[in-house]
Design a protein around this ligand. Structure first.
Ligand SMILES: [Fe+2]
Length: 291
């Protein structure tokens, strides 16, 4: 296994590794260490990875989260296992969905900078995204390093945000992205969450900004004040020097730490090309707040 850094602050490429269901513990620990250091790791050449192996591999990193798509009765599901989220523009027959297909519209919030599942409690820890079919142009995923962004904040801002808490809501990000609103089942099953704005990681000793487009308001602030603060921090934290833009190759499995990064999808010609990507995630049962 070989690890090579991809960006001055974070992100690394892993080669020489084939993912199976019986990897030695030492390999899993090495990958966890790489995630601690780089926050985003790109494991290349996993064309043979099946959905079942992806799920079993993912379990080695924590408790799996069920996909929120299980709470939509009004859309068909191509992937039948509850642990898989379908990040694709293809239907059950493998054909491109039309532009007005609700399943495509529901992916619109992914174009906004976010941390996966920040609206859930517990929130997302690691996301695993496997690329089966990628378009030949466009469709990069951009990642922003929330630790480097925190490190670059001035003392005045660090003091201002210390101890603040943010309410996160999937309905809010859907609204901001112009996506369909929550269904009745989603409303009943996906409550809002409250998360710290600043997080401390005991193992690495680093601190990160915990931002996400799901973040709706800051507790104890008026809506305009809280939203202006979140917008200012997001603009700062996603400046080009903090961003790694990942150009996907078929067979990539990218794993990222949602505590330390935000990400967003970028457009590609969806009516010309197919994209098939499959996501699993594990939950974060230890949300640490910077003191
Ligand atoms: Fe995402």
């Amino acid at each position: 296994m070989h690890i090579a850094k991809l960006h001055p602050h974070f992100a690394a490429e892993v080669t020489g590794l084939t993912l199976t269901t019986n990897l030695p513990d030492a390999v899993i620990e090495a990958l966890k260490d790489a995630l601690e250091e780089y926050a985003v790791i790109v494991i290349r050449d996993q064309q043979a990875l099946t959905d079942d192996v992806q799920i079993e591999f993912c379990k080695r990193f924590g408790a799996l989260q069920r996909s929120i798509t299980v709470h939509r009765e009004d859309t068909a599901r191509r992937l039948k296992r509850d642990e898989l989220s379908d990040i694709s523009n293809v239907d059950e027959k493998g054909e491109r969905m039309s532009a007005d297909d609700k399943r495509r519209l529901l992916q619109k919030p992914a174009r906004l900078w976010h941390s996966d599942n920040s609206f859930r409690s517990p929130p997302g820890l690691y996301t695993f995204l496997a690329a089966k079919i990628v378009p030949p142009e466009g469709g990069n995923t951009e990642f922003a390093d929330m630790r480097a962004a925190y490190d670059a904040l001035d003392d005045r801002m660090r003091r201002r945000i210390a101890g603040l808490q943010v309410r996160h809501s999937l309905g809010w990000s859907r609204e901001q992205a112009g996506a369909p609103p929550l269904s009745e089942s989603e409303k009943a099953n996906i409550p809002e969450s409250v998360q710290p704005l600043v997080r401390f990681h005991p193992k690495s000793g680093r601190t990160s900004l915990y931002l996400s487009s799901h973040g709706r308001d800051v507790l104890g602030m008026s809506d305009p004040e809280g939203r202006a603060l979140l917008a200012e921090l997001t603009a700062f934290a996603t400046r080009p020097e903090f961003v790694y833009s990942h150009k996907w190759r078929e067979g990539d499995l990218v794993i990222w730490d949602n505590r330390d990064t935000m990400h967003r999808a970028t457009p590609f010609p969806e009516d010309r090309y197919r994209r098939d990507m499959r996501r699993t995630s594990v939950e974060d049962d230890q949300v640490a707040i910077a003191g």
